[in-house]
Design a protein around this ligand. Structure first.
Ligand code: UGA
Length: 459
């Protein structure tokens, strides 16, 4: 393989994982961030996020001399053959993606390219941030504008879209063993260079002591810029809709007395449907699905298209969170003065991310109804309590359950899946209600332990 000189702009979740993995497969990577403190901490080996395996991988890259951190963007652009842009695109008020960070980086790249003078090969600028369809052209325009500002507009570069499909909690694994790599560009040369850069992953030819599975080549999908940008939105929108679909079925299951877990298993065996992303419950949260579905709806509306299916997926998702409250009210009646324990607070297990976490909205509603809310999470209890007034942090699940009239499983951390039902019941007050928002516990075991079990879409 050829060793590339790579810069990754933005040391957030996507940038850091991408940078560390590209260094791991043998490239020389410089991660750039404008936040000096973050860069200083990374140099000391301290991670800004919790992601299994990341700290080790960064440590390994740094000691091998393949990975470094800096705030010097122009310096990196001068040296690099490929620059990845992995900065955040937060949702604006109308749901559309805010591109100001991407735009600022594009202009800086243009200025740096202009100041650096002639290059041996064109700089490849890879968009990894999730951006609205058409942004590739916008980024090209901004790079050129930045270059003109710096005095030389005739700079040589190619823009490529390379969406990421990393799941929080398994981001390192997903980077090294992806289902596919998607690349969009107008230039064949740029696509060929990117294929070469990704070769160790495509061929699965890097040493991987962490991987027990047999090696098979990873599909490398090349297309135009707009289609690559659309693949990212369509993938997330499809997965979010799949979850909303099974949640709708779960609600109907409850009405007719069916069990959604069996239904999901039964339909998932059909190869056309597939078994994954069919877990019913409180619904989707996090930094990706809500943001990307909102952005795609907003893109559609810009073209005067009403995205009816996406609207419905969001509507079902909002309803799922409200169902937690109605399930509590059904057995507790008034919630005023009742103590309610929320078990798991992050938007999903194995992350410290609280963005769009259902727990915060549920805690807010419960405390506005007069309930006393206490929450436990293996990593984020303190931070959740800081963000959500009315939510008290407990540092042990059983401490949260002591004196509680009801508990809600909001996030299915392993520790919560294996909750000791009898011990929980012995600490709780009547009616010892357990609302299992993730269908993660065994109803029989809970009932035997003395809990009043209520799942989603099952008795
Ligand atoms: C998601 C996608 O899965 C990644 O492929 C994508 O790269 C990423 O967004 C992104 O755009 O950056 P992530 O948000 O980390 O990844 O989390 P998921 O594991 O996909 O879960 C999303 C939400 O759906 C969670 O709240 C989870 O609890 C919920 N979910 C998931 C269900 O309610 N039911 C399911 O069956 C599966």
């Amino acid at each position: 393989m050829r060793e590339f000189e790579i810069a990754v702009v933005g040391s957030g979740y996507v940038g850091l994982v991408t940078g560390a993995c590209l260094a791991y497969i043998g490239h020389r990577v410089t991660c750039v961030d404008k936040d000096e403190r973050r860069v200083a901490e990374l140099r000391e080996g301290r991670m800004p996020i919790y992601e299994p395996g990341l700290e080790e991988m960064v440590g390994r890259g740094v000691s091998a001399g393949q990975l470094r951190f800096t705030t010097d963007l122009p310096g990196c652009v001068r040296e690099a053959e490929v620059v990845f842009v992995a900065v955040d695109t937060p949702p604006g008020e109308d749901g559309s993606a805010d591109l100001s960070n991407v735009a600022a980086v594009a202009r800086s790249i243009g200025r740096a390219l202009s100041e650096a003078g002639g290059r041996k090969r064109p700089l490849i600028v890879v968009n990894k941030s999730t951006v609205p369809v058409g942004s590739g052209d916008y980024v090209s325009m901004l790079i050129r504008e930045g270059a003109e500002e710096a005095g030389n507009g005739s700079v040589d570069f190619r823009v490529v879209s390379n969406p990421e499909f990393l799941r929080e909690g398994s981001a390192v694994y997903d980077s090294l063993f992806p289902d596919r790599i998607v690349l969009g560009a107008e230039s064949r040369d740029a696509l060929d260079t990117m294929r070469e850069l990704y070769e160790p992953i495509i061929e699965q030819s890097f040493p991987a002591e962490m991987d027990p599975r047999p090696k098979a080549a990873v599909p490398f999908v090349t297309t135009d810029l707009a289609s690559a940008e659309m693949i990212k939105y369509a993938a997330n929108a499809f997965l979010a809709t799949k979850i909303s679909f099974i949640n709708e079925i779960a609600n109907i299951c409850e009405l007719v007395g069916a069990d959604v877990s069996s239904v999901a298993y039964g339909i998932g065996l059909d190869g056309r449907i597939g078994p994954r992303f069919l877990s019913a419950g409180i619904g989707w949260g996090g930094s990706c699905f809500p943001k990307d579905v909102a952005a795609l709806r907003s893109i559609a509306r810009e073209y005067d298209y009403e995205p009816a299916l996406l609207d419905a997926a969001v509507c079902v998702n909002e309803r799922q969170r409200k169902q937690v409250i109605s399930k509590l009210q059904r057995d507790l009646h008034t919630l005023k003065g009742k103590r309610i324990a929320l078990l798991g607070l992050t938007f999903k297990p194995n992350t410290d991310d609280l963005r769009e976490a259902p727990s915060l909205e549920i805690a807010h509603t419960l405390s506005s109804l007069g309930a006393r809310v206490v929450g436990y999470d293996p990593v984020a209890a303190k931070e959740a309590a800081r963000r959500q007034p009315g939510l008290k942090a407990a540092f042990d699940p059983y401490e949260a359950l002591r004196g509680a009239h009801a508990a809600v499983v909001v996030t299915e951390w392993e520790e919560i899946r294996s909750l000791d039902a009898a011990r929980a019941a012995s600490l709780m007050e009547e009616p010892r209600l357990l609302v299992d928002g993730r269908n993660a516990l065994d109803p029989e075991r809970c009932r035997k332990g003395g809990l009043l079990y209520r799942g989603f879409g099952r008795a």
